[in-house]
Design a protein around this ligand. Structure first.
Ligand SMILES: Nc1ncnc2c1ncn2[C@@H]1O[C@H](COP(=O)(O)OP(=O)(O)O)[C@@H](O)[C@H]1O
Ligand SMILES: [Mg+2]
Length: 254
């Protein structure tokens, strides 16, 4: 009912780019997002310039663009890892700016998964301990954590014998799969991945992307990932191209 109100209609008409699926509230709503950094000489650098971006639940969207175009900045702001200079970010109906640090940390823990280019696994923890980290913070009992992690590893094709290895004893592809398992295991609403295939050979990267898309189709988890790899862009269902901190193209495919 409220989905067809004049208010929500005009709100979606006012936004450029793909409209959210009719009747479905956006999962991510970034409005007039500006991020200005200071460089070493204290000269302001505009990383994002009035970006309006929305993502509907279930999207599998790539954010592409040359190095320095603002991809990482946009993902960090959507994930609440950094604050905008101006503009707002609403995720799952929650305004990130209205939350305290603790509320934001809890919100991230329960709703978001992060996959980083450099994997960011904790070196002193085993593959399993890394992957179960969010479940540990959520207070999930040990035997359940173990079950969930083992299931996730199986699903991602991570060999059983690797679960007690530390990251240094894993290949790049294996580390990235552990990082994906860590992001997935608590079943977040949204996974933010910053150049997830950047350190992988193209075959491993392609396989990983197919796995992510498969998970997206099976579980409905929304994926938002940055890339400048054509192989990754090809596999996205929506491709947003940033140029100089602005959305230059926004293209929905099949
Ligand atoms: N912490 C920072 N301090 C100063 N400038 C930054 C910082 N982070 C990013 N920038 C600048 O903001 C712009 C966008 O950067 P970024 O979001 O990392 O782009 P991308 O991920 O597309 O390569 C670039 O000009 C970059 O140099
Ligand atoms: Mg980047």
């Amino acid at each position: 009912m409220s989905d067809h109100s004049i208010e929500s209609r005009s709100a979606s008409l006012a936004t450029d780019g793909p409209k959210p699926i009719d009747g479905q509230a956006p999962l991510v709503e970034a409005t007039r997002l500006v991020k200005i950094y200071q460089d070493k000489e204290h000269v302001p650098v505009t990383a994002l310039n009035e970006v309006d971006f929305r993502a509907a639940p279930g999207e599998f969207t790539a954010i592409a663009g040359p190095s320095g175009s603002g991809k990482t900045t946009l993902l960090n702001l959507i994930g609440g890892l950094d604050k905008p200079t101006s503009g707002s970010v609403v995720v799952a109906g929650q305004d990130l700016a209205a939350m305290s640090r603790n509320q934001l940390a809890t919100f991230r823990l329960n709703n978001l998964g992060f996959i980083f280019q450099a994997y960011n696994l904790i070196p002193v923890l085993t593959a399993e301990e890394n992957a179960e980290f969010n479940l540990l913070l959520q207070g999930v009992p040990a035997h359940e954590r173990h079950e969930q992690v083992v299931r996730e590893f199986e699903d991602l094709g991570i060999d059983k014998e690797l679960i007690h290895r530390r990251p240094a004893k894993l290949s790049g592809g294996q580390q990235q799969r552990v990082a994906i398992a860590r992001a997935l295991v608590s079943r977040p609403k949204l996974i933010l991945a910053d150049e997830p295939t950047a350190n992988l050979d193209s075959k491993t990267g392609a396989r990983l992307l197919d796995k992510m898309r498969n998970l997206n189709e099976r579980t409905g988890i929304t994926f938002l990932f940055s890339t400048h790899d054509p192989m990754v862009m090809e596999r996205a269902r929506r491709l947003v191209i940033l140029r100089d901190g602005q959305i230059a193209e926004d293209d929905v495919r099949g």
